[in-house]
Every structure is written in C-alpha cells, then in structure tokens.
Design a protein around this ligand. Structure first.
Ligand code: FAD
Length: 441
C-alpha cells in the first residue's frame, strides 16, 4: 500500500515539501482553502497596481501538474484527528475526510490586530488576494473621491494614507503609494494635485525594518524621507474607524489623524490549526500561537506529524519564506528517509539567505551575513531574488514586463477597480443581512 502524505497548505512550506516528495514512493495530497499558491512578498505590487493577481498566484494544481504522485484538493481544514490520522476539510458545505500516514501542517497564519479585530473593517491587512484587491480599490478609489470633492478642505482625508507597521511590508507599501501619487497618477487628474497626498507610516517601535541592521534601517528612513513619506516611530495606534486613526505617543498634533485609507501591516497571527493540534498532542505554543516542534520539525509525541513554515516555532526562527521552504523540504526529507528505513530524526538547520526590502524604484536594502547593501545594487539583488522565486516561467516573463513598464514608464497596468471592491468588507454579507432583518422583526 502506498504511503499517504497529506500536506495542509500550498504556500511556501507546503509546496516545497510536495515538490521534494516528487520521486518518493508516496501519494501526496495537498489540501488548501484557496486554489492558488500565493507569493505573499509581492502582494503589495498587486495592491498598488503594478502586477496582476494571477502573476503572483498560480493555481496549485497547475504548479504540480507534472508531479504524477501529487493531487490537490480544495477545502478549508477544520479538524485534524491525530488519533484516527484523518484530516477533515470542507468547502461550500461539501465535507471530505482525507486519511494520512504522514502529515505536514503548513497552514501559515493570518493578519493579527492584537485583540482589536474591529480594526479589520477599516484597515485591511495584506495577507491574501482579497486583501490586495480591496486595498488596490481603496487606494485608487480614494483619489477618485478626492477628485469629485468640490470643497478643497474636504479632500484632505481622502488624500491621506496611513500605513500601520513599519516592517518590510509597511515600508514597501508606503514607498509604492508615494511613487504612485508623485509619478503615475499626477497627469491623470484635473482638480487635485495627487503629489500633495500625505503618506504616514506609523510604528510603536523605535526603528523601522525590525530585524534589519540599524544602519540599513537609517538609510531606508532617508529614502522614505526623500519620497515624502512621514514616518512616526514610538506611535501606538489605539483606534481606527472609517474617518481616521487615533494615535498615542507621536505628539499632540497626531493624536487624531483624519484619513480614509488605512493599511494594517503590523501583525501576523498563527493559524488556529496550530492550537488545535498542540492541544491534542500536549505540545506547547509560543507567544505568537505557533507550535513548538521538536528539532526535526515534528510534533512532540507524534513523529508522523510535521509543522513547518510560519506555523512552526523552532529556535526563534523568523516567519519568512526561506524558513518555510527549507523546513518544508526538511519534513519531506524526514519522510523519505523513514521510508528507506532510517528512523534517526535529523535536526532542521536553517541556512540564512538574508533579507531584502525594496523602498522605491532602484532603491532596496539587503543584508546577507556580514554584507549590507543599500541603493541600486540592493534593488538589483531584490529584482533577481524575486524573479528567481516567483513561481512559473510565464509569470516571470510577464512580471518582468510589468516591472519594466512601472520602472521606465512610471505607469501601472493593473488599475481596474470596482465600487464593490472599494466598499470591501463594508458590503453586508448575505448572513449579516438575514441577521439584521431578524433584529428588525
Ligand atoms: C505582505 C507580506 C510580505 C512578505 N514579504 C516577505 C519577504 O519579502 N520575504 C520573506 O522571506 N518573507 C516575506 N513574507 C513572509 C512569507 O510570505 C511567509 O513567511 C511565508 O509565506 C510562510 O509560508 P507558509 O507556507 O508557512 O505559509 P503561507 O505561505 O501563508 O501558506 C499557508 C497556506 O495554507 C493555506 N491554509 C491556511 N489555513 C488553512 C486551512 N485551515 N485549510 C486549508 N488551507 C489552509 C493558505 O491558504 C495558504 O495557501 C511576507 C508576508 C506577507 C504577508
């Protein structure tokens, strides 16, 4: 009987695990609640109109179509039965039980609002295609609203963009909106001067780009200053609503900022599947809700179950794509070795390939070992790394084409938005409507 490997999640961890099993005598099933393998590091290029969502999110089944021992199942995993070795998933009321001999849990995480889930309504995160399309609509839609506003004074809140969280995602997002308003949109509008839009980047910590060398962060700060981004550190966001943001610690004039567009780039929480399996196996969670695994990435007491990527807590490794890929490959390697009769668990050793954040056209910061690079050279490294890791040859060619348009022509091809997207999460769902009419009765 063929050994069955079920992989939950077709992100970086899950996909690299699946690929590493392509020559193994196993039957692989990848279960994901979306149909696509999402390249999250480029979501901000979708949110700011440079790339299309298809370029960063190829279908998982097409990525694996040549891998004969792999199948892909659409479904949200609601329960993992560790004792019966079954994964239960459902989608649109259709339920499915998928049995396994080995399991790799690579379910990643979601946006965390640090206990303020109500912020989600007015400040989308940047974690999914839906988030990116909603943000794109909100950003381009805000300029449209400012243009039709007859009172110049009333345009201010539409022309103010707040990014909460100055990690790589927040910095990259702020830089892109800055370039958009100064170059791409400037000649398209008649009443407003788009270059006058304010971009405010807020963070509670004392430095931007946490995890980066302080000197590189300093260089990135200067580049943001050149782009006209207002950066406020030590600024804690205490409230967000439709009209603006309440801030503590950034001075009296910033206690309340009127802004219609808010972007939450501040936190990530682990998938609830982590807490579920940790409770069932008696394993611990770290402060971020990630599962503390054994050195070989397996769940304590359950050698047939591996947790990898953003959901894994091991040696304080950061939640980055490279950790996910390498830990996915490691878990797959453990399964292959066991099938060859080698039961000796091997510890996962992470090879740090460095970090990169691009601030603007031709400007990125890179750190790799002792090497620190900023500016054009850093940007070329950024371009190379993203081209290499973007999934699919066609996507690479097409992304390169779109990058060339945005870099040399300052234009952005992906600017189609709909009013429904602008409303985003404010559109009442069918369930909410039923709830409201129930209340009315
Ligand atoms: C905006 C952004 C920018 C980033 N930039 C960088 C960067 O520049 N460099 C870098 O190294 N890292 C970056 N990261 C982090 C990197 O993307 C993650 O570390 C990486 O994606 C983690 O991989 P993963 O496989 O663990 O999880 P993910 O890639 O999140 O994949 C998880 C998969 O599991 C699926 N899933 C989740 N729950 C369920 C369920 N219950 N049932 C079925 N399927 C489920 C999801 O649909 C998803 O496909 C960025 C992240 C974000 C959000």
């Amino acid at each position: 009987v063929t050994h069955r490997v079920v992989i939950i999640g077709g992100g970086f961890g899950g996909l690299f695990a699946a690929r590493h099993l392509r020559r193994a005598p196993v039957a692989v099933t990848v279960v994901d609640r979306t149909t696509h393998h999402l390249f999250q590091p480029l979501l901000y290029h979708v949110a700011t109109g440079i790339l299309s969502e298809g370029e960063i999110a190829p279908p998982i089944r097409s990525v694996l179509h040549r891998q004969r021992n792999a199948e892909v199942v659409l479904g949200e995993v609601a329960q993992i039965d560790l004792a019966a070795r079954v994964v239960r998933s459902n989608v649109l009321g259709s339920e499915l039980a998928t049995p396994y001999d080995s399991l790799i849990v690579a379910a990643g995480g979601a946006t965390s609002y640090f206990g303020h889930d109500e912020f989600a309504l007015d400040a989308p995160g940047l974690k999914s295609i839906d988030d990116a399309l909603e943000l794109r609509a909100r950003i381009f839609g805000a300029f449209e609203m400012a243009e039709r506003e007859p009172e110049p004074a009333a345009r201010g809140p539409w022309m103010t963009f707040i990014v909460v969280g100055a990690g790589a995602t927040g910095v990259e997002m702020a830089g892109q909106i800055a370039e958009l308003r100064r170059h791409t949109l400037r000649s398209d509008f008649r009443r407003i001067d788009t270059s006058a839009a304010r971009i405010i980047l807020l963070d509670g910590r004392p430095q931007i780009l946490e995890g980066f060398d302080a000197r590189l962060a300093e260089r990135a700060m200067r580049e943001l200053g050149r782009l006209g981004v207002e950066v406020h550190l030590g600024a804690r966001v205490t409230g967000i609503d439709e009209h603006g943001v309440a801030v503590e610690g950034a001075g009296p004039e910033l206690q309340r900022i009127a802004a219609r567009t808010k972007i939450w780039a501040a936190g990530v929480s682990a998938s609830p599947l982590g807490a579920q399996i940790a409770a069932a196996a008696g394993a611990d969670l770290d402060r971020g809700g990630r599962v503390k695994v054994l050195p070989d990435c397996s769940l304590p007491g359950r050698p047939e179950v591996f947790v990898v990527g953003d959901l894994m807590s091991l040696n304080d490794l950061p939640g980055v794509a490279e950790v996910a890929m390498q830990s996915g490959i490691h878990a797959a390697g453990q399964i292959r070795r066991r099938l060859r009769g080698d039961d000796e668990p091997r510890p996962f050793r992470y090879r740090d390939l460095g970090s990169v954040a691009s601030i603007s056209r031709f400007y990125a910061v890179v750190q790799f070992g002792r090497i620190r690079v900023g500016g054009l050279l850093g940007w070329l490294v950024w371009l190379f790394v993203h081209l290499v890791f973007l999934t699919g040859f066609k996507n690479r060619v097409s992304a390169l084409f779109h990058w060339a348009i945005s870099i040399f022509g300052r234009a952005r091809t992906e600017r189609a938005i709909t009013i429904e997207q602008v409303h985003g999460r404010r559109v009442p769902t069918a369930e909410a409507q039923i709830g409201e009419s129930d209340l009315g009765r």
